[in-house]
Write a protein that binds this ligand. Sequence first.
Ligand SMILES: C[S@@+](CC[C@H](N)C(=O)[O-])C[C@H]1O[C@@H](n2cnc3c(N)ncnc32)[C@H](O)[C@@H]1O
Length: 345
Amino acid sequence: MRESTTRRGIAAHPPDQPHQSVLLQEVMDALAPSPGGIYVDATFGDGGHSQAILQRIAPNGKLFALDRDGSAWQRNQTLLETWSELLTPVHTPFSRLRTVLNEHGITTIQGILFDLGVSSPQLDDAKRGFSFQYDGPLDMRMDQTNAAAPFNAATIVNTYDKEDLADIFFHYGEERHARRIAQAIVHDRQKMPFTTTRQLASLLERIQPYQPGQIHPATRVFQGLRIAVNQELQELQTAMDDALALLAAGGRAVVISFHSLEDRIVKQTFRQAADPEQANNTPFAGPERLRQPKKMISDFHLLTRKPILPSAQEIARNPRARSARLRAIERLPSNPSPAHNETTP
Ligand SMILES: C[S@@+](CC[C@H](N)C(=O)[O-])C[C@H]1O[C@@H](n2cnc3c(N)ncnc32)[C@H](O)[C@@H]1O
């Protein structure tokens, strides 16, 4: 989820509020969970989407819920206990999806949901260092126990060279002033290393004073650092590919993304699955008969040609939903019904 400021730069969500599941009804419509099915919630968070799935797959379905943040499991003990018969919680990054399911003897699933980014409790906990609105350690690790990802945002800011910092801010944060910011960081950290979110946010406010009507000057740099610390784009690409491979006939994958870098990966992966010929028609040298692209038939079908966006009412109720985009795809049922419609907004 994106940083919690409105375009005016003021808090858009009261701190310490529980996470409000985004596009809940739209997710249920697109995923269409049915009793007895095997489903995956790849981003459990506070379990709002999981709970809605569980209610629909009861009494004998199965839900594997993944989250790389151990605190998600501690916060939601009651939910885990209530649904213990149907729900299998797994503390893991979703790039391990296929391995985790294989370990449970599962090779196909009826549906999977990804609700990307961070949850409100993560964002609002100053100690996690995700938000420039609170003063906390410059951390940003989704999994603070993961030995495989021991570096945090402070490590990147204090040790990466100017070019790497600029690349992170430019490519992962889509920050226009990436080079200038990287230069300033490298200069300032010689006097004192960056250890807190406020320290970094102050530098960013100095370089690019806040203008009313624009996003806060720290928004993009914080996004870039969070993506780099958690390897978010690599995680997503791996998991997307695995999710599609795991879908049974008639199975569906639903993804909510919160910024254009994530959305691009989802859009391209889904388009390529639904229309491999399009993705595979680059001309190549060789005998004439091989130059004609083979007719490739896809067994995937886009449920959303355009992303589904939250309604004005949802954004008013939950401003953090405002940049959400939902895309969904289905592996064609073995006997498609004539009324096989897209879930368009
Ligand atoms: C937006 S929240 C999900 C909220 C949830 N759908 C709900 O209704 O409460 C995203 C969650 O995904 C987790 N997450 C993000 N990237 C992940 C990854 N690569 N692997 C596993 N979990 C991840 C975060 O730790 C966070 O708890």
